[in-house]
Design a protein around this ligand. Sequence first.
Ligand SMILES: NC(=O)c1ccc[n+]([C@@H]2O[C@H](COP(=O)([O-])OP(=O)(O)OC[C@H]3O[C@@H](n4cnc5c(N)ncnc54)[C@H](O)[C@@H]3O)[C@@H](O)[C@H]2O)c1
Length: 484
Amino acid sequence: MNRRRFIQFAGFSLVAGSFVTSCRTSTQARTRSDGVPIAKYRRERDQSLRLAFIGVGGRGLESMNELLGQCAVAPDPQFVSVAALCDVDLGMLDAAALGLPNARRYRDFRQLFREMQAGSIEVDAVMISTPDHTHAIATALALACGVPVYCEKPLTHTVSEARTIAAMARAAGVPTQMGTQIHAGSNYRTVVELIRSGAIGEVSFADCWDGRSWCCGAETPGALPPETLDWDLWQGPTPLGAYIKDVAPANWRRYWKYGNGTLGDMACHILDLPFWALDLAGHTGLRAEIRADGSPLDAVGCPAALEVSWALTWNSRPAANDPLILRWFDGGRISPTVQELSAKDKQDYGRFNTLFQGSKGFLFANYGEYLIIPRALASEVTVPPPTLSRPAGHQREWVDSVRAWTMDLPKGSSQTSSDFQYASRLTELVLTGTVAYRAQAPITYDFDTGAVGGAGAAKASDLLMRASRAGWSLSQGDLTAMTR
Ligand SMILES: NC(=O)c1ccc[n+]([C@@H]2O[C@H](COP(=O)([O-])OP(=O)(O)OC[C@H]3O[C@@H](n4cnc5c(N)ncnc54)[C@H](O)[C@@H]3O)[C@@H](O)[C@H]2O)c1
């Protein structure tokens, strides 16, 4: 019996700002979780990595297929196999299992981790594509079992969870990746290189927008869940409540209990570009003053439209500089700068979702295209030589990193670009926008300590976290009990 050793994450606290981990060093954590040195797990190149997929409807199925497709690509195919599929909806589970007769099926991810712990199933890495409210708990169990994790965006449902997962990932030292697949695309990488090369000068503003409106969720008393869905398990760590008609699939985004509206859904993709280009993950002393304005606040459903601004400063930013301003617009709200530029240039810039304002000009971007204006500046700019890698895909970048890790190759020989240190900070940035909106007053946020201040601080400090259903918290005790 190959029993895994459950990693003890001593000393972390769910209270935002009070993290002190007495965690294992990353060298210790890179010993496999059953205590056996990684080298023992070295694989021949034709031996497959055994993957488990949790949440296999919707994006989960799509992402699994993307991963398998990216791994089959010549000239360097990567051999992976599907060891397990897990979904709380039997319909989704059956559909995903078509053509995968050897994959073991689970409805409850706790059972999967229990069996991994007991050594009755061998899994090398886990991909999590459940709704946002179950990201942190499934990810925490995977990290505690010492396995690499790919988790969909946003990394977590609350700011506090993001900080906890970052601390656990640091301690576990396993390859991680947040599911923002556009991050691997060449357009994002070219834009990052252009901005960093000074193509539009010093950047003072970046605006991002998305026309969607994941809003207005409401309770539906008396509704019953479909027969295929285990509603109790679907709720996971959320205190149990009545079923809401059509909440799954997808509509959970409209509810604070399970999602965070359009900002929570889309900003980890779109704000990722300025966050990356302006190296906001790399700065120490990063602080934001956050203001939000949106449709009238509702206790249950997310707003129809929202605008958020983050005024950002950090230690190495010259004191004479104004804060860097990031802004978000959704549900039909549009950046006034984009409106002005569109009117002036008699152009519809609506196909883009990001605008950088620099001292020399502007750069519009979306997932696949960029445009520098004015035209005179564009003609002067030369695209700098690539400084970032161009991976064969976001999932593949993670698989390659897992492979390197299992083979005990030196760190850096293959790394993910949206690992949980980067992704947790991006997720914190995004989610502090919803916190400021729900606090209905400006707040300040210190990314180093997790402390909130400002007029909305009292409400905001409650909104950084959420109440957990008994036995489902991220505490060491609950995590251990769940896999026993
Ligand atoms: N990267 C992207 O482009 C992208 C696109 C869409 C969604 N997403 C993200 O993917 C995640 C899923 O979104 P979706 O639109 O597919 O949602 P969905 O509701 O359509 O599908 C979620 C799937 O997970 C299953 N599930 C729910 N709770 C589970 C649990 N506790 N254990 C196991 N399975 C569970 C559901 O039954 C369903 O099959 C979200 O975090 C979302 O933000 C990312």
